[in-house]
Ligand binder design. Structure first.
Ligand SMILES: C[S@@+](CC[C@H](N)C(=O)[O-])C[C@H]1O[C@@H](n2cnc3c(N)ncnc32)[C@H](O)[C@@H]1O
Ligand SMILES: [Zn+2]
Length: 321
């Protein structure tokens, strides 16, 4: 097989690995679903926890799946990959009896394999077409196409909401101006240069000025926040009693959706106090295991800067759920 990711560097380093494996209680064995297999770091640790574990690894990126399948080939039939969006989890597990899953993990965001790729357009460190699709085989719109289609306010809103970019309006205005001059922004370098110019009067930032814009566009291109609430509910419905769901998020909006959904599924009604009847669908099917999100310690953050913004939440399916 050709070297995956153009022979690029080291695999993605799994975040909060020990904590994840402990929460999943993977040593008990059984069928686990890794909804975001990436390079397979978390999957590997689950498979190593007990000879009785099996993992179905889902990813929407076929390059990641090929890479993980190759890396974890020594586990034989205990590791099985599926190319899909994890929001289709119920469909992916269609053949498995419902409530037979021993644990489910989702580790959101991009993997280092994607971020360190010189051709996929996720990073301003490499000059490449502005693509940013996690599933490059899909017919989804690329980041360049999104910037061609959206009105100025739409671009500004994405940069502000998903990236908290302070220069969102100026950046959006300049993107649209270039488009109107017949010179649309189509590469990572063009976008990074434009953002840096929009930021030139600010004091030095601790991160590259284009970081937030690139993050925001990636979230929009991949519709990363859509349907997460339904996904959490569908995943938890597949769990057998006593087994766990673990989610690691890297963005406050993502974490908020997970937090609210876990609260709802732990029976906490989130309807306004004046509502005559509950309409939020609160039901008590899980016990929350993390009153506050678990975060990485200083050593892990020193070792792996990506861990800095990680927040892990976990819950356990109730026997009667
Ligand atoms: C942070 S990485 C996972 C890393 C992995 N835990 C490891 O140890 O290598 C996230 C992965 O999730 C995938 N992904 C993101 N959103 C997805 C979705 N909606 N459906 C399926 N895969 C998704 C990305 O393609 C990426 O490979
Ligand atoms: Zn309610």
């Amino acid at each position: 097989m050709a070297a995956p990711f153009g022979g690029m560097g080291a695999p993605h380093r799994p975040v909060l690995l020990r904590e994840t494996i402990n929460f999943l209680a993977a040593e008990r064995g059984g069928l686990f679903v890794d909804c975001t297999v990436g390079s397979g770091g978390h999957s590997e640790a689950i498979l190593e926890s007990s000879k009785e574990t099996r993992v179905i690894g889902i990813d929407r990126d076929t390059e990641a799946l090929d890479y993980a399948a190759q890396r974890l080939a020594h586990f034989g039939s205990r590791f099985h990959t599926v190319h899909s969006d994890f929001r289709e989890i119920a469909h992916v597990l269609g053949d498995v009896d419902s409530q037979k899953v021993a644990g489910i993990l989702v580790d959101f965001g991009v993997s280092s394999l994607q971020f360190d790729s010189p051709t996929r357009g996720f990073s301003f460190r490499f000059d490449a077409p502005l693509d940013m699709r996690m599933d490059p085989e899909s017919d989804q719109e690329t980041a360049a196409e999104l910037l061609l289609r959206l009105p100025e306010e739409g671009i500004a809103r994405i940069l502000f909401e998903y990236g908290e970019e302070r220069n969102s309006r100026r950046i959006a205005k300049w993107i649209v101006e270039k488009r109107e001059q017949g010179k649309p922004v189509t590469t990572t370098k063009e976008l990074a240069d434009l953002v840096a110019r929009a930021d030139r009067h600010r004091k030095a930032r601790s991160i590259h000025p284009a970081t937030r814009t690139f993050q925001a566009l990636r979230i929009a291109v991949n519709h990363e926040l859509e349907g997460l609430d339904h996904f959490v509910e569908a995943a938890i419905d597949l769990l057998q009693p006593d087994s766990r769901f673990v989610a690691i998020s890297f963005h406050s909006l993502e974490d908020r959706i997970i937090k609210q959904e876990l609260r709802r599924l732990s029976g906490y009604c989130q309807c306004p106090p004046v509502a005559p009847v509950c309409s939020c669908g609160a039901r008590r099917v899980v016990k929350i295991l993390t009153r506050r999100p678990v975060t990485s310690g200083a050593t892990e953050i020193d070792d792996n800067p990506r861990a800095r913004s990680a927040k892990l939440r976990a819950c356990e399916k109730l026997v009667s759920g």
